[in-house]
Design a protein around this ligand. Structure first.
Ligand code: TXA
Ligand code: MG
Length: 346
């Protein structure tokens, strides 16, 4: 299959790209679309046959559920039940963070097939904040199932070219909406009634942080239990557990942690590129990439994270990627989680 990239630089190109995307989606095809987080691989959420094509293109196991994107806030009711006890919190979250990088896990409506939810009775739903995505989903007029547009277990794409590099020949169309402004997948939240406040369990840390969420409920982070998650469809939130570059990646906990092997060429993935953090001058690195130069800002590091990892992966003069630890706060939590999953074990 030939994979075409449709550009959106001019208004004329955008109109054409939107038309082709909508018509492909209406005929049950998959289309890679830009979002503010990462590129998604979209299909009609109400068509099990179309949804099946997403799993096939990604080589994704059928029990790993997809995120459903809605075209306006009220359309959440087309796909999810909102239990009375948590209704206030859900409305507050939607009013505050939608459209945006927050995904809510709620009981599913019968119209959503278990092909989408990986057999679960819950559905993950969000409204995306990207102008081109918005036009496409509005013209399509219904919910779109869309996981990240990468092969299962690989890094999420934050540009049209990055989608092409992984899915060329597997999908017909990629809409190029530029680089993703957030650069990291959405925060996924399970919402349950709590004692005083509703209970929010963060299933996947992302751009919307604990500090922002805790105004509306009690926030806890899901403990990752690899054995359960890798075998049980009941706990799929973090199943896609590699996010891996092709090169080996090691995550350091301190500068003294690193012991080089003879002849190997190492790149340092540095948080803010400051000598005082101890990593920069601890070794004669063959290359250094800095995520947030200067004083360090975790949000900026988040935006650049996958992009920089892809660059390091493509460098022929580097054998391994050695990462500094990221700050365990805000968006840094998401980076740490991804680095831990990508890291070579042992
Ligand atoms: O930012 C994003 O969320 C991007 C863009 C395209 O919207 N999408 C994305 O989708 O990252 P995906 O499929 O790569 O990740 C969705 C995650 C998976 O880890 C899946 O297991 C989890 O959401 N998930 C989906 N439905 C769930 C459910 N009902 N309960 C628990 N976890 C669920
Ligand atoms: Mg993904």
């Amino acid at each position: 299959m030939e994979t075409v990239i449709a550009r959106t630089q001019s208004e004329v190109d955008t109109n054409e790209a939107v038309r082709s995307a909508v018509s492909a989606l209406q005929s049950g095809e998959v289309v890679a679309l830009p979002t503010e987080t990462v590129y998604g691989l979209a299909a009609d959420a109400f068509s099990p046959a179309a949804v099946e094509k997403i799993f096939a293109a990604k080589d994704r196991p059928s029990f790993d559920p997809l995120i459903v994107h809605v075209h306006h806030k009220d359309a959440i009711r087309d796909v999810a039940e909102i239990p009375e006890e948590i209704k206030k919190a859900v409305v507050q979250l939607i009013e505050t963070f939608w459209p945006g990088p927050l995904t809510l896990v709620l009981p599913k409506k019968p119209a959503v097939s278990k092909a989408v939810t990986g057999g679960l009775d819950t559905v993950a739903v969000r409204q995306c904040d990207h102008p081109v995505f918005h036009r496409i989903i509005r013209n399509f007029g219904g919910p779109l199932a869309a996981p990240s547009a990468n092969l299962f277990g690989r890094m999420s794409p934050t540009s049209a070219q990055a989608v092409m590099d992984q899915l060329e020949g597997r999908i017909p169309l990629i809409i190029d909406g530029g680089a993703c402004s957030r650069g990291l997948e959405s925060t996924i939240l399970k919402i349950e009634p709590g004692e005083k406040k509703p209970l929010f369990t963060v299933l996947r840390p992302g751009p919307i942080t604990e500090v922002e969420l805790k105004k509306f409920g009690k926030v806890v982070f899901a403990e990752r239990n690899a054995e359960v998650e890798d075998s049980s469809p009941e706990a799929p939130g973090m199943l896609e557990n590699h996010y891996a570059p092709n090169k080996p990646l090691r995550l350091l906990t301190s500068p003294g942690d690193f012991s080089p092997e003879n002849g190997k060429r190492y790149a340092l993935l540095s948080y803010r590129g400051q000598a005082k953090d101890g990593y920069l001058e601890s070794y004669e690195w063959d290359h250094i990439s800095v995520l947030s130069p200067g004083s360090g800002r975790v949000a900026e590091a988040g935006t650049r994270f996958f992009h920089v990892l892809r660059q390091l992966d493509a460098m022929e003069e580097i054998d391994e990627i050695i990462s500094e630890p990221m700050p365990d706060r805000g968006v840094g939590k998401a980076l740490l989680e991804k680095l831990k999953k990508a890291a070579v074990k042992g």
